[in-house]
Write a protein that binds this ligand. Structure first.
Ligand SMILES: Nc1nc2c(c(=O)[nH]1)N[C@H]1C(S)=C(S)[C@@H](COP(=O)(O)O)O[C@H]1N2
Ligand SMILES: [Mo]
Length: 221
């Protein structure tokens, strides 16, 4: 049970994923568009929902959870779960595409649209990038416009029920147009920045942006 933001020692999966990045594993060299083909190149469809993490599952109750929004914003936020869910709620349905090649269609999410979060925190003019920080020590970075994209939300529910702990509950990010590693689980804080700052996988050989349609799996692709 991790309470601190300390990364666990690299698991076997983490070491394999670093090796896949070095080898360029799974790359097809094809590219596609969502209007042409629902499944991005090199992906296969799964009906179950795999769990991917660094080898630990933070146990954070809704009562103890806080969302900390800081950095280059006019209105820093520090919200508990009740305050978070007092904001206008959004439901959206989207597909998941994990860089390890599984995709899962039609996930029903509910939470706070990232656009509504931006309305509340008011990023300053210089804020062009964000880093998401999670309770397991995981981080991932996004450009502001990718964070603000259609269908992106801070989700507390999936299929009409509270998001399971193993899938990132109480609250995770969902950014459906990028590979799923950008969708931080066990969200703790959001840091707005003028300069980009690569996260956990982005410094371990994974692409800085991660567009599944152009197979931005690894850095240097
Ligand atoms: N905090 C945190 N978020 C994370 C991860 C993680 O290890 N820790 N893994 C990422 C990866 S690689 C994927 S594919 C998805 C997996 O989410 P799931 O376990 O709900 O399928 O979460 C992403 N977000
Ligand atoms: Mo992943």
């Amino acid at each position: 049970m991790a309470e601190q933001n300390e990364q666990p020692p690299p698991s076997k999966l983490t070491r394999s994923k670093q090796r896949w990045a070095r080898e360029g594993r799974f790359l097809t060299g094809r590219s596609s568009r969502p209007e042409q083909q629902r499944l991005p190149p090199g992906q296969h469809l799964t009906r179950d929902w795999p769990v991917l993490d660094l080898g630990l599952t933070p146990q954070i109750s809704r009562e103890r959870w806080r969302l900390d929004v800081y950095g280059a914003v006019e209105n820093p936020l520090f919200w508990d779960f009740a305050r978070f869910t007092a904001e206008p709620q959004t439901k959206s349905i989207s597909d998941i595409h994990c860089v390890t090649t599984w995709s899962r269609y039609d996930n029903q999410w509910e939470g706070l649209a990232t656009r509504d979060l931006l309305m509340a925190c008011q990023p300053r003019r210089e804020a062009r990038h964000l880093v998401l920080h999670s309770h397991d020590g995981y981080t991932t970075n996004l450009a502001l416009e990718d964070f603000a994209a259609d269908g992106a939300l801070l989700a507390h529910s999936w299929s009409g029920a509270p998001l399971e702990q193993e899938h990132g509950g109480p609250v995770r990010l969902v950014v459906p147009h990028l590979y799923f590693w950008k969708s931080a689980k066990w969200l703790q804080s959001i840091e707005f920045l003028a300069q980009d700052a690569p996260g956990y996988w982005e410094v371990r050989g994974y692409h800085n942006r991660g567009d599944p349609w152009t197979e931005q799996r690894y850095s240097g692709d």
